[in-house]
Design a protein around this ligand. Structure first.
Ligand SMILES: Cc1cc2nc3c(=O)[nH]c(=O)nc-3n(C[C@H](O)[C@H](O)[C@H](O)COP(=O)(O)OP(=O)(O)OC[C@H]3O[C@@H](n4cnc5c(N)ncnc54)[C@H](O)[C@@H]3O)c2cc1C
Ligand SMILES: NC(=O)c1ccc[n+]([C@@H]2O[C@H](COP(=O)([O-])OP(=O)(O)OC[C@H]3O[C@@H](n4cnc5c(N)ncnc54)[C@H](OP(=O)(O)O)[C@@H]3O)[C@@H](O)[C@H]2O)c1
Length: 538
């Protein structure tokens, strides 16, 4: 492994400002070959403790952790940057689009009020392409930071812009072989972390011009026109987030979903009050939502002109006209690339792992979107780190059973713990604290109000949001929290931790003891109003 190949950057300092344009060059011309940051033998001649195949959230965090534990790692990625799909095509653009949706929603609701222009009736449209292209212009910088930090600060070894293939299961030397960029690399362990790719429904027409998913809509050659009428297929996070964005820009949107919105298989612990608040707020904004509906065909000759769908109860068929179809129909793990290893998989193709992230093949670990469970960044990062710890001999288990969850509509929608329905199945004395309270319409309640909804409250729009706390009235433990509004997502990271990890559980009394940074979302003060005696609904 001494001969240089590709662009050897070992020992060369590339300033952060140069990394972004460099990554963009490689993205435009992948044939430029690999970017190689490998220590020469005179610097480090140890065998690799692990090769991480895929340098997304799972592979990069695992790699960094293994290095920090004194091990030697190599991470190989087919893209010319580390960080994976999150900054490239998933979380980061989703947050850009969701922030645009929120700002546009605000502009519409506040039309002609205070300093606000008449967005709703005069301006009417925002350009989806302009927002998308703004993201694309800045994307190289996000990628550059990952490459810079991984090299200069985390001391990771990497080969980028090179697809990796496992060519040798552990041989007589006990080492695995991985081929990338025309070279074979050897390691004591493998960590598989190449993620998942979008799945299209098995109906005619998915290849028509104008049919996009979260990844292809970022391709200026694929989405090269300003859509005016969109059909979104799916009812999970991606469908809700991108559907809310399209509608907010003024692109009239219909959502076709088999399950009810937010009652899809991938979403758990969803409270019905919260779900209905989200769905009704989307409908108030003009999104046409049809559940119990499955696609039959995506119609059109060269480009899409509509979607034909079937009511799953009556089997009646309907057609909605459109010029863009957005597929929010989930993802499939890329496990087939490792078929030769003979790994145990679940029915959906996820690689099965034990609590240490080891697969059915000793020495082979898997993490991130390739393994069952929530496809979220926390799981990708924590599972990568768990694999690294175990490889370095520090026995560590990770189970991703309890976690806070969120999505965006034009609101932040955040939840943790049990829904009210789930709590009532398990506990006999369930108490709820809610804003707006039961029996009060949203129009009559300016609350919950906080940063981001002050003007909704001022104008009596009934758009402030929803707050809910589900408590076991006997033990006084908080069982679940739900919130639809703004600015509480970070708080839920810690509330979730307290609910699930605080010894004996986190009680309404402890919530009441929290020093709120008033004016805040309302949980501490509402619990304080109720904890003097026996808990009752509020
Ligand atoms: C639209 C959307 C929005 C999302 N928003 C959020 C969010 O807001 N918050 C959140 O927590 N999660 C979000 N997620 C989920 C999150 O993006 C994923 O859970 C996370 O990126 C998974 O990380 P990973 O490392 O497992 O996979 P990836 O990040 O996909 O990394 C896999 C890497 O493997 C590389 N690779 C593939 N094949 C090969 C090969 N043969 N050889 C070498 N390298 C290869 C790829 O280039 C890639 O870099 C979102 C997902 C989507 C689809
Ligand atoms: N944190 C975030 O904000 C965020 C944002 C976006 C995505 N993500 C993650 O990324 C992953 C992908 O999200 P996602 O919303 O795309 O996927 P998802 O949660 O798997 O939902 C897929 C949706 O598509 C539907 N569907 C699947 N196949 C279909 C078909 N053949 N015909 C019609 N409908 C079909 C499903 O319906 P049924 O449920 O009825 O089968 C469901 O509504 C998820 O794991 C998610 O957690 C996270």
């Amino acid at each position: 492994m001494t001969e240089p190949f590709g662009t050897d950057i070992w020992g060369k300092f590339i300033p952060l400002a140069e990394w972004g344009p460099l990554v963009d060059e490689y993205l435009q011309d992948p044939a430029k070959g690999p970017i190689v940051n490998i220590a020469p033998p005179e610097v480090d001649d140890r065998e690799y403790d692990a090769i991480f195949i895929g340098g997304g959230a799972a592979g990069r965090f695992g790699s960094a952790f293994l290095r920090a534990r004194g091990g030697r790692q190599l991470v190989i990625d087919k893209w010319p940057f580390l960080g994976g799909s999150c900054p490239h095509e998933a979380c980061v653009p989703h947050h850009v689009f969701s922030e645009a949706a929120r700002m546009l929603d605000y502009a519409r609701l506040m039309s002609n009020k205070y300093w606000c222009e008449d967005y709703e009736n005069v301006k009417k449209r925002a350009s989806i392409l302009a927002i998308r292209d703004g993201f694309l212009r800045s994307r190289g910088a996000a990628h550059g930071i990952m490459n810079f930090q991984s090299k200069e600060q985390l001391n990771m070894e990497y080969v980028l812009n090179a697809e990796a293939k496992v060519v040798e299961a552990a041989g007589p030397d006990g080492l695995f072989g991985v081929e990338a960029a025309g070279r074979i690399f050897k390691a004591k362990n493998l960590v598989l972390a190449i993620g998942a790719r979008p799945t299209a429904p098995d109906v005619p027409g998915t290849g028509l011009k104008g049919v996009v998913n979260f990844a292809t809509m970022l391709d200026p050659e694929w989405l090269d026109f300003e859509p005016n009428r969109c059909v979104v297929i799916g009812g999970g996070k991606t469908a809700i987030e991108y559907g809310s964005f399209f509608q907010a820009t003024g692109c009239s949107t219909t959502i076709l979903t088999r399950s009810q919105l937010m009652r899809t298989k991938g979403l758990i612990h969803v409270d019905e009050d919260m779900r209905l608040w989200v769905e009704n707020a989307m409908k108030r904004r003009g999104i046409d939502i049809h559940d119990n509906s499955e696609p039959v065909s995506i119609d059109g000759v060269d480009r899409v002109s509509g979607v034909t769908y079937r009511d799953m109860t009556t089997h009646e068929q309907f057609t909605v006209e459109c010029d863009m179809v957005f597929l929010g129909t989930g993802e499939t793990p890329l496990s087939d690339q490792f078929a030769t290893l003979g790994l145990d998989l679940d029915a959906k193709g996820h690689i099965l792992v034990d609590k240490t992230m080891q697969t059915s093949v000793p020495g082979v670990y898997a993490c991130g979107d390739m393994i069952p469970g929530a496809r979220e960044m926390f799981k990708a990062r924590k599972s990568g780190v768990t694999a690294a710890r175990n490889i370095m001999g520090e026995y560590t288990e990770y189970e991703h059973e309890n976690y806070p969850d969120f999505l965006h509509s034009t609101y932040e929608v955040v939840w943790t713990g049990l829904s009210e329905e789930e709590a009532r199945q398990q506990y006999s004395n369930v108490v709820t604290i809610k804003l707006p309270p039961d029996g009060v319409s949203r129009e009559d309640s300016a609350l919950p109000v906080g940063d981001g909804s002050m003007f909704f409250a001022l104008e009596g729009m009934g758009e402030a949001g929803l707050l809910k706390s589900v408590i076991d009235g006997d033990s006084r433990k908080i069982l679940g929290l739900q919130f639809v509004a703004f600015g509480v997502r970070n708080a839920f990271q810690y509330l979730d931790y307290l609910i699930h990890k605080w010894p004996g559980g986190f009680t309404a009394d402890q919530m009441a003891d929290v020093n709120e940074l008033f004016l805040n979302e309302g949980y501490p003060q509402l619990h304080r109003l109720r904890v003097g005696g026996a808990l009752r609904d509020l």
